[in-house]
Design a binder for this molecule. Structure first.
Ligand code: BMA
Length: 333
């Protein structure tokens, strides 16, 4: 595929990186850990809770870690985290290689976790529910290839709503030109009514793929939500542990219609978060990767956005909700 380079990008001035970044890293984890990133975060039963991806086990023969599990951490302030002694959540299925990139959404007092699953027959997206992070009930698993599912925190028009990112390799020209999709469900198990929400071509700073990021938050103006956007520049070379890494992941922001979240009301045509800080651009497994998985709207109007940085650590930026809404100033196009 041909990729027209996007060129330099910068973060929006409305975000502030947390001075404590990274808020979670491998050395905070009391079991074998190497890359701690792409976490799902929400407020549940009076605490902040994080489920994070932990890739572990350095190998001699490959830059890729040996295995992945999902860790669990709690916090009173959303900044200082205590990791539980053991990972949580594993799928008992011979076809499954690993579950990763979890996202959390509380609906009617229960905590739902969306996750990606690598299987011997393709990548699947699943949804499980838990009340204690000890036992999980898996409600549904998509057909391959699909992942990056996120759930809305309440029903809209009496339907549960999710965003997702299927991988149509044949239908989109053979590369990874993948888009953001909408779907809804009467019961969180059976999903349908799918429609395209946002295509790569609607995002000026993407030339490869996009996907849902953190689960949306409700505002009077609409559902405010992040997405990840990927651009490829074939002149990029080694930029991390692998021989080459030509992608860059930025975070975007958009506003969906309150009554019909299959519609983008407005979006920012420039990135919300672009890789700039050393923990985003240097010394990581894959540098220049910003991958949001958690977004919390506080009563004060502060929005916390958590993201995996460089596929290596978990970080936090904050912004004012009014500023984020003001950034969404362009039509989808
Ligand atoms: C995507 C996913 C993410 C990861 C990103 C950058 O395809 O695998 O988990 O953060 O690539 O490596």
């Amino acid at each position: 595929m041909e990729y027209t380079p996007v060129g330099p990008v910068t973060s929006s001035p409305v975000i502030t990186r947390c001075p404590a970044n990274p808020v979670l890293a491998a050395n905070d984890v009391p079991y074998e850990a190497l890359l701690v990133f792409n976490a799902g975060i929400t407020k549940f039963q009076g605490k902040y809770v994080m489920v994070f991806r932990n890739d572990y086990g350095r190998r001699e023969d490959s830059p890729h870690p040996r295995a992945t599990n999902i860790g669990l951490a709690f916090s009173d302030d959303g900044i200082a985290w205590t990791v539980q002694p053991e990972p949580c959540f594993a799928l008992q299925d011979d076809d499954v290689r690993r579950a990763y990139d979890p996202r959390l959404t509380v609906i009617d007092g229960r905590c739902y976790m969306c996750f990606a699953v690598d299987t011997a027959h393709g990548v699947r997206g699943g949804i499980a529910v838990t009340d204690d992070f000890d036992t999980f009930d898996v409600l549904c698993m998509s057909v391959p290839d699909n992942r990056n599912m996120v759930l809305f925190p309440e029903k809209v028009n009496d339907k549960y709503v999710r965003l997702e990112r299927p991988f149509p390799v044949y239908g989109r020209g053979g590369g990874s030109r993948f888009d953001c999709w909408y779907g809804d469900s009467p019961d969180l198990r059976y999903w349908g009514n799918f429609s395209l929400l946002l295509g790569v071509e609607h995002v000026p700073y993407a030339n490869d793929k996009i996907g849902p990021a953190a689960p949306p938050v409700k505002t009077p103006k609409g559902w405010l939500t992040t997405f990840h956007a990927v651009d490829i520049d074939t002149s990029r070379g080694k930029n991390g542990w692998e021989a080459t890494w030509q992608k860059r992941y930025t975070a975007g922001i958009m506003l969906l219609d309150l009554d019909d979240p299959s519609k983008v009301v407005a979006m920012s045509k420039t990135p919300l978060i672009a890789p700039e800080a050393p923990y985003e651009t240097d010394d990581g497994f894959r540098n220049d990767v910003i991958f949001p998985g958690g977004m919390i709207l506080e009563n004060t109007g502060e929005v916390k956005i958590y993201y995996g940085a460089a596929d290596t650590v978990e970080c936090l930026v904050t912004a004012d909700v009014g500023d984020l809404l003001a950034l969404c100033d362009s039509p989808r196009g």
